[in-house]
Ligand binder design. Sequence first.
Ligand SMILES: [Zn+2]
Ligand SMILES: [Zn+2]
Length: 241
Amino acid sequence: MTPAVLNLHNHTPFSDGAYTIDELCEAHLDLAGCKVDGIGISDHLFCTPSSREITNDREFERIFVPETRSYVAEVRAARQRWAGKLQVFCGAEINYPKNRGMLDRIRTMLDGVDYVIFEYVDWAGLTHLANQSRRWPCPIGLAHTAVHSQYPNTSLDQVVRTLANARIFYEVSSKFLPLDGHEAWLRTLPGHRVAVTVGTDTHDDLRVLRDIPTLYDTVRRFGLESKLLTPAARMEPAMSA
Ligand SMILES: [Zn+2]
Ligand SMILES: [Zn+2]
């Protein structure tokens, strides 16, 4: 069975993307020479460099509980509209440094979120995430992480074991094309139980979608095809009540 072709990293105007979910779906279906089975919306949720500083739990919840609910509702409505044509997953991208103090709170706010990708996770952060990864209600992974430069003092072997033990997935990103410098890491992955995803980090330029075939070629070339993660589109009881 050939694995589904999914691009799990796309932004919309809900955060800092330029294209709506419908426009992203159309653009993926219009791709020449590549049949995409599904896309993931992964808008920035919670604190970002451009959001104002939040100092306490109450304020964090007051702002982000309703925001997360309306985001999930928007993505789920799109999932219905595109049913039968394209799968739509509901992801979230979280800025690790800006939210590291709120992770316990965030984990309770993810009803309806199918997967989470973390960006800018340093080695201390990855160790911390790994220790609590099983407490998350959905798969968690690393977004656009250049392992060799982001963890310069840690061996690739130690990084891969940490991801495997914690079941943290790894995103093969458009940002790394051409792959210069990433090969050693990609060669390390297949021997370990680390799931991978493919993501173009679409913001305001749909031309990145043309990277999807190249990213899947890369996945195949490094023997990672069987590691591709298909998130489960979760039901979230809180909102249907
Ligand atoms: Zn990012
Ligand atoms: Zn992103």
